[in-house]
Design a protein. Sequence first.
Length: 218
Amino acid sequence: MDKEQFENIGDNHIGTNVETPLRPDAFEKSDSEKIEAIQGHFAKIMEELGLDLTDDSLSGTPYRVAKMYVKELFYGLNPMNKPKASTFENKYGYHRMLIERDINIDSACEHHFLPIIGKAHMGYVPKERVIGLSKINRLVDYYAHRPQVQERLCLQILKDLQELLHTDDVIVVVEAAHLCVSSRGIKDKNSTTITLEYGGCFADDAKRKEFLDQVIKA
Ligand SMILES: [Zn+2]
């Protein structure tokens, strides 16, 4: 691919797969080995930009960035960090819609490594299994903390919840601002992107509307 194609893929936010594209050897190095390697690479980037790394304010930046990437922003790349999300038998026989809304989204776009900030809303209609509410937030947080495209993030959350809950009757909406749209390129400060993925009963217009009426504020 040439540089123009790279730019186009970034600006059009094209994702290739519902799975995050990972190398087969992605987790052969430990976190501390990764931090050390990235620290060296990031120091090179700063040097190429002309920055003086002997300055007190800058000298720790390569380490800080490396640690932030591995331990914070992209901790969700490593399946070892996936939250244990146990489910419970639906003993009380609740079979109406359950909605969890305004779940925090702190992610980063994989095309520019700039923040994606927003919220997710999800709904499901329980069958035999239910899930602890905060577990939903933890799962969203895990999938958000990878280099992402919003469409894939939405699908990854949906598919995981469908598997956990043993039902297709799940809907996920992500509404987010992309700093690669607001701070570079077109520099649109106000636009947000909404993605919506669902299965089962949410294919029904009335069911979907019932959900959306609760989560999308005018
Ligand atoms: Zn981007």
